[in-house]
Design a protein around this ligand. Structure first.
Ligand SMILES: [Zn+2]
Length: 292
């Protein structure tokens, strides 16, 4: 009797521990501020598949029987070195792979701005802190399901005037690296939603000027700064290509342009590189020819 109990226990242990899972990375390295993708295939059905990297959790989506794929990203301020990408099936660790976070030279920008942006009064500082709290909440406030389909487009079809990730020297003092890409534009030019989503913030901010944020689902949130007009409201569902606002020069700027930023699970990443990653993912999702 005792033998049977031990044997049953062993069999149970083996059947739950012997998971077969494979984890495929887009590459063995990823640059700071860069998006990438991961694919995980299992020998059984699970209800939730996520991967963890640098303390962020990324939701994957079923792409075919027992296979899941989705984007991952490394924040532009992430420390360089080796990290583990760990796959969790219904919370259980099933596979992992090493990835090397490498530096990327995005260049340096030196800008001079009005003193009112370099020395804040107590009142301005309090306002700035309130705005940061709202922006952080909007970055976190992403719906569980993916709202976008197909690949992303540029919100304005113009040239880059300042690249993402540049080290920023403002009035001689080093600040955070440029958190988005600046695209050329005149005041009043239409700004389009780069993909389907839901507006989750419209706010007139001290540094960013009038801004709009869109939740695209599954932890992906985009932002549009320095607008002269916002043509959407929080909660509004927007489609790829729909006009959400107009280019302007509100906030801390040296001239009119659109600052476009993208966050994935809170990681700031390069929007133009995200367009390429979204193309690869749309092939996984079988949406290559999708209109939206
Ligand atoms: Zn910018």
């Amino acid at each position: 009797m005792k033998k049977i109990t031990v044997l049953t226990f062993l069999l149970c242990f083996l059947s739950t521990s012997a998971w077969s899972a494979s984890l495929q990375l887009a590459g063995k390295t990823v640059g700071i501020g860069q998006p990438s993708w991961v694919r995980v295939c299992l020998d059984r059905k699970v209800s939730k598949l996520t991967v963890r990297l640098c303390q962020r959790e990324f939701d994957l989506e079923k792409v075919k029987k027992n296979c899941y794929a989705g984007p991952i990203a490394v924040d532009v301020r992430q420390k360089l070195g080796y990290y583990l990408v760990t796959a969790l099936a219904d919370g259980r660790q099933v596979a992992s792979a090493k990835i090397k976070v490498v530096s990327k030279d995005y260049g340096v920008r030196r800008i001079t701005v009005n003193k009112k942006y370099s020395k804040l009064t107590a009142e301005q500082l309090a306002r700035y802190r309130r705005e940061i709290a709202s922006i952080k909440a909007a970055i976190k406030n992403s719906s569980a399901g993916r709202l976008w389909k197909g690949s992303f487009i540029k919100p304005v079809a113009t040239k880059v005037v300042s690249r993402f990730g540049k080290r920023s020297i403002v009035n001689g003092i080093e600040k955070s690296p440029h958190g988005g890409v600046d695209l050329r534009g005149k005041v009043g030019d239409p700004v389009k939603a780069p993909a389907n989503g839901r507006v989750n913030l419209v706010l007139d901010t001290y540094f960013g000027g009038l801004m709009v944020m869109i939740d695209h689902g599954r932890g992906l949130v985009s932002c549009y700064l320095h607008l002269s007009a916002a043509l959407v409201e929080p909660g509004q569902v927007v489609e790829k290509g729909e006009v959400i606002g107009e280019v302007g020069s509100s906030g801390r700027v040296t001239g009119p342009h659109l600052h476009w930023g993208i966050y994935l699970a809170g990681a700031k990443l390069s929007p133009l590189d995200w367009i390429d990653t979204s193309k690869t993912l749309s092939r996984f999702y079988g949406e290559t020819n999708a209109k939206n």
